[in-house]
Design a protein around this ligand. Sequence first.
Ligand SMILES: NC(=O)c1ccc[n+]([C@@H]2O[C@H](COP(=O)([O-])OP(=O)(O)OC[C@H]3O[C@@H](n4cnc5c(N)ncnc54)[C@H](O)[C@@H]3O)[C@@H](O)[C@H]2O)c1
Length: 328
Amino acid sequence: MENYFKNKKILITGGLGFLGSNLADRLSSFGADITLIDNLNPLYGGNPYNVKHLEGKVNIVIEDMRDIETLKPLIEKTDIIFHLAAQVSYIDSLSMPYEDLDLNATATLNILECCRQVNRNVKIVFSSSRMVYGKVEQELLTENSPVNPLSLYGVHKLTSEKYLLMYYKDFGIPCTILRLTNPYGPKQQIKHSKYSLVGWFIRQAIEGNTIKIFGEGSQLRDYIFVDDIVTAMLKCAASPAAIGEVINVGSGHSTKFSDMVHAVVNCVKNGKVEYVSWPANYEKIETGDIRVDFSKLKSITSWQPEFSLEEGIERTFKYYSQFSSHYV
Ligand SMILES: NC(=O)c1ccc[n+]([C@@H]2O[C@H](COP(=O)([O-])OP(=O)(O)OC[C@H]3O[C@@H](n4cnc5c(N)ncnc54)[C@H](O)[C@@H]3O)[C@@H](O)[C@H]2O)c1
Protein backbone atom coordinates (compact mmCIF):
# COMPACT_ATOMS: atom_id res chain seq x y z
CA MET A 1 0.00 0.00 0.00
CA GLU A 2 2.86 2.40 0.81
CA ASN A 3 4.01 2.46 -2.83
CA TYR A 4 0.53 3.29 -4.05
CA PHE A 5 0.65 6.65 -2.25
CA LYS A 6 4.26 7.59 -3.05
CA ASN A 7 4.22 10.96 -4.87
CA LYS A 8 0.40 10.84 -5.15
CA LYS A 9 -1.15 14.28 -4.80
CA ILE A 10 -3.50 14.21 -1.83
CA LEU A 11 -5.91 16.89 -0.60
CA ILE A 12 -7.35 16.50 2.90
CA THR A 13 -10.23 18.80 3.89
CA GLY A 14 -10.30 19.27 7.66
CA GLY A 15 -6.61 18.33 7.54
CA LEU A 16 -5.71 19.99 10.85
CA GLY A 17 -8.43 18.08 12.69
CA PHE A 18 -8.25 14.75 14.48
CA LEU A 19 -8.71 12.28 11.62
CA GLY A 20 -7.19 14.56 8.99
CA SER A 21 -3.92 15.13 10.84
CA ASN A 22 -3.50 11.46 11.76
CA LEU A 23 -4.09 10.59 8.11
CA ALA A 24 -1.55 13.22 7.03
CA ASP A 25 1.04 11.68 9.38
CA ARG A 26 0.73 8.27 7.75
CA LEU A 27 0.59 9.62 4.19
CA SER A 28 3.65 11.74 4.83
CA SER A 29 5.57 8.64 5.92
CA PHE A 30 4.57 7.05 2.57
CA GLY A 31 6.07 9.96 0.58
CA ALA A 32 2.75 11.43 -0.64
CA ASP A 33 2.48 15.03 -1.82
CA ILE A 34 -0.03 16.38 0.70
CA THR A 35 -2.15 19.52 0.91
CA LEU A 36 -4.29 20.19 3.97
CA ILE A 37 -7.12 22.70 3.94
CA ASP A 38 -8.70 23.78 7.21
CA ASN A 39 -10.27 27.01 8.47
CA LEU A 40 -9.56 26.27 12.16
CA ASN A 41 -13.16 26.99 13.14
CA PRO A 42 -12.89 27.10 16.97
CA LEU A 43 -16.01 24.93 17.39
CA TYR A 44 -14.16 21.94 15.96
CA GLY A 45 -10.94 20.02 16.40
CA GLY A 46 -8.64 21.83 13.96
CA ASN A 47 -5.37 22.47 15.80
CA PRO A 48 -2.05 23.70 14.33
CA TYR A 49 -0.24 21.61 16.95
CA ASN A 50 -1.58 18.45 15.26
CA VAL A 51 0.62 19.13 12.23
CA LYS A 52 3.46 21.16 13.72
CA HIS A 53 5.96 18.39 13.02
CA LEU A 54 4.81 18.26 9.38
CA GLU A 55 5.63 21.92 8.68
CA GLY A 56 7.74 22.11 5.53
CA LYS A 57 6.68 18.58 4.54
CA VAL A 58 3.04 19.32 3.68
CA ASN A 59 1.25 22.26 2.10
CA ILE A 60 -1.06 23.86 4.67
CA VAL A 61 -3.87 26.10 3.40
CA ILE A 62 -5.77 27.92 6.14
CA GLU A 63 -8.97 28.71 4.25
CA ASP A 64 -12.64 27.79 4.24
CA MET A 65 -13.23 24.70 2.10
CA ARG A 66 -16.49 26.31 0.92
CA ASP A 67 -14.50 28.88 -1.05
CA ILE A 68 -14.67 27.52 -4.60
CA GLU A 69 -11.94 29.81 -5.93
CA THR A 70 -9.54 28.34 -3.35
CA LEU A 71 -10.68 24.80 -4.02
CA LYS A 72 -10.54 24.70 -7.83
CA PRO A 73 -6.78 25.09 -8.33
CA LEU A 74 -6.15 22.60 -5.52
CA ILE A 75 -8.52 20.01 -6.97
CA GLU A 76 -7.15 20.50 -10.48
CA LYS A 77 -3.86 18.93 -9.50
CA THR A 78 -5.09 16.33 -6.98
CA ASP A 79 -5.24 12.52 -7.32
CA ILE A 80 -7.20 11.77 -4.13
CA ILE A 81 -9.38 13.97 -1.90
CA PHE A 82 -10.10 12.81 1.64
CA HIS A 83 -13.13 14.98 2.39
CA LEU A 84 -13.23 15.10 6.20
CA ALA A 85 -14.06 18.74 7.06
CA ALA A 86 -17.46 18.98 8.70
CA GLN A 87 -19.76 20.31 11.35
CA VAL A 88 -19.07 17.28 13.56
CA SER A 89 -21.58 17.55 16.42
CA TYR A 90 -24.92 15.82 15.86
CA ILE A 91 -26.24 17.68 18.92
CA ASP A 92 -25.29 21.08 17.47
CA SER A 93 -26.81 20.17 14.12
CA LEU A 94 -30.22 20.62 15.73
CA SER A 95 -29.45 24.16 16.95
CA MET A 96 -27.51 25.30 13.84
CA PRO A 97 -29.43 23.64 10.99
CA TYR A 98 -28.27 25.89 8.14
CA GLU A 99 -24.62 25.78 9.20
CA ASP A 100 -24.90 21.99 9.26
CA LEU A 101 -26.52 21.93 5.82
CA ASP A 102 -23.80 24.21 4.49
CA LEU A 103 -20.86 22.27 5.93
CA ASN A 104 -22.17 18.71 5.73
CA ALA A 105 -24.03 18.79 2.42
CA THR A 106 -23.53 21.92 0.29
CA ALA A 107 -19.74 21.83 0.77
CA THR A 108 -19.67 18.28 -0.66
CA LEU A 109 -21.70 19.45 -3.65
CA ASN A 110 -19.23 22.31 -4.16
CA ILE A 111 -16.32 19.87 -4.15
CA LEU A 112 -18.10 17.62 -6.65
CA GLU A 113 -18.90 20.56 -8.92
CA CYS A 114 -15.25 21.63 -8.86
CA CYS A 115 -14.25 18.05 -9.74
CA ARG A 116 -16.79 17.94 -12.57
CA GLN A 117 -15.40 21.17 -13.97
CA VAL A 118 -11.64 20.70 -13.56
CA ASN A 119 -10.73 17.10 -12.72
CA ARG A 120 -13.08 14.13 -13.10
CA ASN A 121 -10.37 11.60 -12.35
CA VAL A 122 -9.90 12.66 -8.75
CA LYS A 123 -10.97 10.00 -6.27
CA ILE A 124 -12.98 11.18 -3.26
CA VAL A 125 -13.01 9.34 0.06
CA PHE A 126 -15.76 10.74 2.27
CA SER A 127 -16.15 10.41 6.04
CA SER A 128 -19.81 9.70 6.67
CA SER A 129 -21.16 8.42 9.96
CA ARG A 130 -23.09 5.65 11.66
CA MET A 131 -25.56 8.46 12.45
CA VAL A 132 -27.13 8.01 8.99
CA TYR A 133 -28.74 4.80 10.29
CA GLY A 134 -30.64 6.49 13.13
CA LYS A 135 -32.56 4.33 15.58
CA VAL A 136 -31.26 0.81 15.22
CA GLU A 137 -33.94 -1.85 14.94
CA GLN A 138 -31.75 -4.64 13.60
CA GLU A 139 -29.42 -6.94 15.46
CA LEU A 140 -26.50 -6.15 13.14
CA LEU A 141 -26.14 -3.05 10.95
CA THR A 142 -25.00 -3.73 7.42
CA GLU A 143 -24.60 -1.16 4.68
CA ASN A 144 -28.05 -2.28 3.42
CA SER A 145 -29.82 -1.57 6.72
CA PRO A 146 -32.50 1.16 6.59
CA VAL A 147 -31.27 4.74 6.91
CA ASN A 148 -33.50 6.92 9.08
CA PRO A 149 -31.28 9.59 10.66
CA LEU A 150 -32.45 11.20 13.91
CA SER A 151 -30.37 14.37 13.59
CA LEU A 152 -29.76 16.92 10.84
CA TYR A 153 -26.13 15.83 11.00
CA GLY A 154 -27.23 12.36 9.87
CA VAL A 155 -29.61 13.77 7.24
CA HIS A 156 -26.91 15.96 5.73
CA LYS A 157 -24.24 13.24 5.82
CA LEU A 158 -26.70 11.02 3.97
CA THR A 159 -27.35 13.84 1.48
CA SER A 160 -23.60 14.06 0.83
CA GLU A 161 -23.50 10.31 0.28
CA LYS A 162 -26.25 10.65 -2.34
CA TYR A 163 -24.46 13.54 -4.09
CA LEU A 164 -21.26 11.50 -4.26
CA LEU A 165 -22.96 8.39 -5.62
CA MET A 166 -24.88 10.45 -8.17
CA TYR A 167 -21.76 12.23 -9.43
CA TYR A 168 -20.02 8.85 -9.69
CA LYS A 169 -22.89 7.42 -11.72
CA ASP A 170 -23.53 10.46 -13.91
CA PHE A 171 -20.05 11.96 -14.32
CA GLY A 172 -17.74 9.06 -13.46
CA ILE A 173 -16.11 10.85 -10.51
CA PRO A 174 -14.91 7.94 -8.34
CA CYS A 175 -15.87 7.99 -4.67
CA THR A 176 -15.85 5.78 -1.58
CA ILE A 177 -18.15 6.50 1.36
CA LEU A 178 -17.02 5.38 4.81
CA ARG A 179 -19.58 5.23 7.61
CA LEU A 180 -17.46 5.65 10.73
CA THR A 181 -18.62 4.49 14.14
CA ASN A 182 -17.05 6.14 17.24
CA PRO A 183 -13.44 7.19 16.57
CA TYR A 184 -11.01 8.09 19.34
CA GLY A 185 -7.27 8.55 19.80
CA PRO A 186 -4.50 11.15 20.00
CA LYS A 187 -5.09 14.62 18.49
CA GLN A 188 -8.84 14.56 19.04
CA GLN A 189 -10.38 17.76 20.38
CA ILE A 190 -10.97 17.61 24.16
CA LYS A 191 -12.25 21.20 24.53
CA HIS A 192 -15.90 20.15 24.83
CA SER A 193 -18.09 17.07 25.09
CA LYS A 194 -20.27 17.58 22.00
CA TYR A 195 -18.47 14.80 20.17
CA SER A 196 -15.49 12.48 20.76
CA LEU A 197 -16.42 11.42 24.26
CA VAL A 198 -13.52 9.02 24.87
CA GLY A 199 -11.01 11.89 24.62
CA TRP A 200 -13.23 14.12 26.74
CA PHE A 201 -13.47 11.45 29.45
CA ILE A 202 -9.70 10.91 29.41
CA ARG A 203 -9.32 14.62 30.04
CA GLN A 204 -11.88 14.50 32.88
CA ALA A 205 -10.04 11.58 34.48
CA ILE A 206 -6.62 13.25 34.14
CA GLU A 207 -8.06 16.33 35.87
CA GLY A 208 -9.60 14.18 38.64
CA ASN A 209 -13.17 15.12 37.74
CA THR A 210 -16.37 13.09 37.98
CA ILE A 211 -17.53 11.46 34.74
CA LYS A 212 -21.32 11.36 34.46
CA ILE A 213 -23.01 8.39 32.83
CA PHE A 214 -26.62 8.89 31.68
CA GLY A 215 -28.98 6.13 32.82
CA GLU A 216 -27.26 2.80 33.31
CA GLY A 217 -24.78 3.40 30.51
CA SER A 218 -25.75 0.08 29.01
CA GLN A 219 -26.00 1.32 25.40
CA LEU A 220 -23.55 -0.43 23.10
CA ARG A 221 -21.12 1.54 20.97
CA ASP A 222 -18.32 0.58 18.62
CA TYR A 223 -15.19 2.54 19.57
CA ILE A 224 -12.48 2.48 16.94
CA PHE A 225 -8.90 3.64 17.42
CA VAL A 226 -7.69 6.28 14.99
CA ASP A 227 -4.79 4.24 13.57
CA ASP A 228 -7.26 1.56 12.51
CA ILE A 229 -9.46 4.17 10.81
CA VAL A 230 -6.47 5.65 8.96
CA THR A 231 -5.52 2.18 7.70
CA ALA A 232 -9.10 1.57 6.55
CA MET A 233 -9.22 4.94 4.76
CA LEU A 234 -5.95 4.28 2.96
CA LYS A 235 -6.84 0.72 1.99
CA CYS A 236 -10.16 1.92 0.60
CA ALA A 237 -8.51 4.80 -1.28
CA ALA A 238 -6.08 2.35 -2.89
CA SER A 239 -8.68 -0.28 -3.77
CA PRO A 240 -10.50 -0.14 -7.14
CA ALA A 241 -13.14 -2.46 -5.64
CA ALA A 242 -14.08 0.26 -3.11
CA ILE A 243 -15.09 2.74 -5.82
CA GLY A 244 -18.80 3.59 -5.75
CA GLU A 245 -19.24 1.73 -2.46
CA VAL A 246 -20.66 2.61 0.94
CA ILE A 247 -18.60 0.86 3.63
CA ASN A 248 -18.98 0.60 7.41
CA VAL A 249 -15.78 1.26 9.38
CA GLY A 250 -15.55 0.24 13.03
CA SER A 251 -13.69 -2.09 15.34
CA GLY A 252 -16.25 -4.88 15.15
CA HIS A 253 -16.56 -4.90 18.96
CA SER A 254 -19.56 -3.45 20.74
CA THR A 255 -18.80 -2.11 24.20
CA LYS A 256 -21.19 -0.88 26.88
CA PHE A 257 -20.84 2.87 27.38
CA SER A 258 -20.24 2.34 31.12
CA ASP A 259 -17.48 -0.23 30.38
CA MET A 260 -15.73 2.33 28.16
CA VAL A 261 -15.89 4.89 30.98
CA HIS A 262 -14.54 2.40 33.53
CA ALA A 263 -11.74 1.45 31.10
CA VAL A 264 -10.76 5.13 30.96
CA VAL A 265 -10.79 5.56 34.75
CA ASN A 266 -8.84 2.29 35.25
CA CYS A 267 -6.22 3.35 32.74
CA VAL A 268 -5.78 6.92 34.02
CA LYS A 269 -6.08 5.75 37.66
CA ASN A 270 -7.86 8.97 38.50
CA GLY A 271 -11.35 10.48 38.28
CA LYS A 272 -14.73 9.23 39.53
CA VAL A 273 -17.86 7.85 37.91
CA GLU A 274 -21.42 8.96 38.70
CA TYR A 275 -24.67 7.62 37.24
CA VAL A 276 -27.27 10.36 36.54
CA SER A 277 -30.68 10.50 34.80
CA TRP A 278 -30.91 11.11 31.07
CA PRO A 279 -31.29 14.84 30.29
CA ALA A 280 -34.64 15.85 28.75
CA ASN A 281 -34.87 15.26 24.99
CA TYR A 282 -31.75 13.09 24.80
CA GLU A 283 -33.80 9.97 24.32
CA LYS A 284 -35.21 11.42 21.09
CA ILE A 285 -31.78 11.33 19.47
CA GLU A 286 -30.46 8.23 21.24
CA THR A 287 -29.77 5.63 18.56
CA GLY A 288 -29.93 2.53 20.76
CA ASP A 289 -27.41 -0.28 20.73
CA ILE A 290 -24.95 -0.28 17.88
CA ARG A 291 -23.61 -3.52 16.43
CA VAL A 292 -22.05 -3.01 13.05
CA ASP A 293 -21.09 -5.57 10.45
CA PHE A 294 -17.68 -4.87 8.88
CA SER A 295 -17.47 -7.86 6.60
CA LYS A 296 -17.68 -5.65 3.50
CA LEU A 297 -14.61 -3.62 4.52
CA LYS A 298 -12.75 -6.82 5.35
CA SER A 299 -13.66 -8.57 2.13
CA ILE A 300 -12.79 -5.59 -0.11
CA THR A 301 -9.53 -4.55 1.56
CA SER A 302 -8.43 -7.39 3.91
CA TRP A 303 -8.48 -4.77 6.68
CA GLN A 304 -8.37 -5.98 10.28
CA PRO A 305 -8.50 -3.78 13.39
CA GLU A 306 -5.23 -3.91 15.32
CA PHE A 307 -6.09 -2.09 18.54
CA SER A 308 -8.28 -3.23 21.42
CA LEU A 309 -10.18 -0.54 23.35
CA GLU A 310 -7.77 -0.91 26.29
CA GLU A 311 -4.68 -0.47 24.07
CA GLY A 312 -6.24 2.48 22.29
CA ILE A 313 -7.18 4.21 25.55
CA GLU A 314 -3.67 3.60 26.91
CA ARG A 315 -2.08 5.23 23.84
CA THR A 316 -4.52 8.13 23.92
CA PHE A 317 -3.89 8.68 27.63
CA LYS A 318 -0.12 8.67 27.07
CA TYR A 319 -0.52 11.30 24.37
CA TYR A 320 -2.62 13.65 26.48
CA SER A 321 -0.47 13.10 29.58
CA GLN A 322 2.31 14.72 27.57
CA PHE A 323 0.56 17.19 25.29
CA SER A 324 -2.82 18.09 26.84
CA SER A 325 -1.78 21.75 27.26
CA HIS A 326 -2.11 22.10 23.47
CA TYR A 327 -5.69 20.81 23.54
CA VAL A 328 -7.46 22.47 26.50
N1 LIG B 1 -15.29 12.34 15.70
C1 LIG B 1 -16.37 11.59 15.55
O1 LIG B 1 -16.99 11.17 16.52
C2 LIG B 1 -16.83 11.20 14.15
C3 LIG B 1 -17.69 10.10 13.99
C4 LIG B 1 -18.09 9.75 12.70
C5 LIG B 1 -17.70 10.53 11.61
N2 LIG B 1 -16.89 11.61 11.81
C6 LIG B 1 -16.53 12.43 10.65
O2 LIG B 1 -15.11 12.41 10.49
C7 LIG B 1 -14.70 13.66 9.92
C8 LIG B 1 -13.54 14.23 10.68
O3 LIG B 1 -13.95 14.51 12.01
P1 LIG B 1 -12.90 14.66 13.19
O4 LIG B 1 -13.29 13.69 14.24
O5 LIG B 1 -11.52 14.65 12.66
O6 LIG B 1 -13.30 16.09 13.74
P2 LIG B 1 -12.41 17.41 13.90
O7 LIG B 1 -13.31 18.44 14.48
O8 LIG B 1 -11.16 17.11 14.60
O9 LIG B 1 -12.07 17.77 12.38
C9 LIG B 1 -12.95 18.48 11.54
C10 LIG B 1 -12.10 19.54 10.87
O10 LIG B 1 -12.88 20.21 9.86
C11 LIG B 1 -12.46 21.56 9.88
N3 LIG B 1 -13.47 22.39 9.24
C12 LIG B 1 -14.75 22.59 9.65
N4 LIG B 1 -15.34 23.44 8.81
C13 LIG B 1 -14.44 23.77 7.86
C14 LIG B 1 -14.48 24.61 6.72
N5 LIG B 1 -15.58 25.30 6.39
N6 LIG B 1 -13.37 24.71 5.94
C15 LIG B 1 -12.24 24.04 6.27
N7 LIG B 1 -12.15 23.23 7.34
C16 LIG B 1 -13.24 23.11 8.13
C17 LIG B 1 -12.29 21.87 11.34
O11 LIG B 1 -11.52 23.05 11.56
C18 LIG B 1 -11.60 20.61 11.83
O12 LIG B 1 -10.20 20.71 11.74
C19 LIG B 1 -15.94 14.55 9.88
O13 LIG B 1 -16.48 14.49 8.58
C20 LIG B 1 -16.88 13.88 10.86
O14 LIG B 1 -18.23 14.16 10.55
C21 LIG B 1 -16.41 11.94 13.04
